[in-house]
Design a protein around this ligand. Structure first.
Ligand code: NAD
Length: 462
């Protein structure tokens, strides 16, 4: 686990506790200097023809392709993500870069919205200026690139603080962007933990783009409110799936188990609650447990591994507390239920039945390989339970009936909704949360324009 001292970080492999590196962290003075450099460098970057910025991101993409194996290894070593899933993340990054490279020119084009009797009205998209990108560790390439790529393309300078749990990956990102032609003072890594992030927000930045927990997000929102700057917050979730009685039970169980346990359950859009129509509940539980029993747990560097380490040690305690609370209130542990002994941070894939909404496991973000499965009487019951949460990131339904799926999903309060799929993000669609899942959005053309300020031009020619 990284130490929280403000002057250095110790990077530890969560799979075995070995120290990987010691890295200098930025204190308040270093953060101030980096901010000043970024402020000075931004106007020239913003004034470049857009093509130059697109070329730099295309060159960054080429670096990712060239260094793929090394990048995947570093990611797996520092966050405990299974190596195949690290490569999947990097391939997903390439697809996001392709989207941004293809969509930016159109999204940021000046627009004439009116012309009449010598009066022309236009909208241009101006960069915000210097933005802070404070990031999470669980998908550092995804959650980082959703922000720094469109921010740079729109002409901003970016002060990028990777999570203290993904510092080495953050350094790779900075090295690749600089090698690709983004000036050192335009993309500036800021290294450290929460204290460094707080110091960054004491600088007069023009916007803060945050990915992380609701608790930290609330602090960021307060700081941004005082400074009167734009804040975007991509926060946690307690994402539900409803499985209707008309599905192929085995196939649905396999798909939902993958949605719950991929990335060792450490995804903002992991399936965190499952509701199953009572008529297939027992058959679904059997199929689900059989599926999870087959997941390979082990060395994240092993190509066969599907369940890796828990990145943050503190999360193991959260999972232990959720299991104990659920058992005390009547839940049955069908599989797992405890940490795996040995070096590093591990928790056995856990399936809980006989759960209800009095239990923390059905209310609070678990962010680990654990799931509660609850029967429901009908669609109305399912919708009521799906919406009974402080969060609203994603929600999904499995059914063979599209009209029924659309009816249910229309009533669900979430940023993204899924029919017969889950744990899915598309660069073409906006990524956002409602309630405690966040504010603002990334991805899609809206997520490119989010890094600009629309400027209104009133032009009278006569
Ligand atoms: P976290 O809130 O602990 O940390 C996030 C970032 O904030 C880190 O870089 C951290 O150093 C920094 N930070 C901590 N305290 C700060 C402060 N006072 N001021 C400024 N910065 C501060 O979250 P995490 O553990 O890195 O990430 C896990 C959380 O992120 C989960 O809740 C997950 O659901 C959420 N998440 C959301 C999305 C999404 O798209 N909605 C994506 C990935 C992760």
């Amino acid at each position: 686990m990284p130490s929280t001292a403000t002057d250095s970080l110790t990077i530890v492999n969560p799979a075995n506790g070995a120290t990987l590196a010691r890295v200098a962290a930025d204190g308040p003075r270093a953060v101030r200097d980096k901010y000043a450099r970024a402020r000075a460098a931004q106007p020239a970057w913003g004034a470049l023809p857009q093509k130059r910025r697109l070329d730099a991101i295309a060159a960054f993409r080429a670096q990712v392709v060239e260094r793929m194996d090394e990048l995947a290894r570093t990611l797996t070593l520092e966050v405990g993500k299974p190596i195949r899933q690290s490569r999947n993340e990097l391939n997903g990054l390439l697809a996001r870069l392709d989207f941004f490279l293809g969509a930016t020119a159109k999204a940021l084009r000046d627009e004439k919205v009116h012309e009449d009797a010598g009066m022309e009205e236009r909208i241009s998209h101006e960069p915000l200026g210097v933005v802070a990108n404070i990031s999470a560790w669980n998908y550092p390439y995804f959650v980082g690139s959703n922000v720094f790529v469109p921010a740079l393309l729109a002409g901003n300078a970016v002060l990028y603080k990777p999570s203290e749990y993904a510092t080495l990956t953050g350094q790779h990102i900075a090295d690749m962007l600089h090698a690709a032609g983004v000036p050192l003072d335009v993309f500036v890594p800021v290294v450290g933990g929460g204290a460094t992030g707080a110091a960054l927000l004491r600088q007069p930045v023009d916007g803060v783009f945050f990915t992380g927990s609701h608790a930290t997000g609330a602090r960021i929102a307060a700081a941004a409110g005082r400074a009167m700057i734009k804040a975007q917050l991509e926060l946690g979730g307690k994402d539900p799936i409803y499985v209707c009685e008309d599905v192929d039970v085995k196939a649905a169980a396999a798909a939902v188990a993958d949605g719950a346990f991929y990335n060792t359950g450490q995804s903002c859009c992991s399936v965190e609650r499952v509701y199953v129509h009572a008529s297939i509940h027992d058959a679904f539980l059997d199929a689900f447990v059989a599926e999870v029993r087959g997941f390979a747990i082990g060395d994240p560097m092993d190509e066969k591994t599907y369940i890796g380490a828990i990145t943050r040690r503190a999360q193991v305690d959260v999972l232990k507390r959720q299991v104990a609370d659920a058992k005390r209130k009547g839940a049955r542990v069908l599989l797992g239920g405890k940490p795996i002994a040995g070096k590093g941070n591990w928790f056995a894939p856990t399936v809980l039945a006989h759960v209800d909404h009095t239990m923390s496991v059905m209310r609070d973000e678990s962010f680990g390989p654990i799931i509660g499965i609850q029967p429901v009487a009908d669609d109305d019951d399912a919708v009521t339970l799906m919406n009974d949460t402080e969060y609203g990131l994603t929600a999904g339904v499995y059914t063979t009936d599209e009209a029924r799926a659309r009816r249910i999903l229309a009533k669900v309060d979430a940023g993204s909704v899924y029919w017969n799929c889950c744990d899915r993000v598309s660069p073409r669609l906006p990524w956002s949360g409602v309630k405690h899942s966040g504010l603002g959005l990334t991805l899609s053309t809206y997520g490119i324009q989010a890094f600009t300020r629309p400027k209104a031009w009133h032009l009278r020619s006569a």
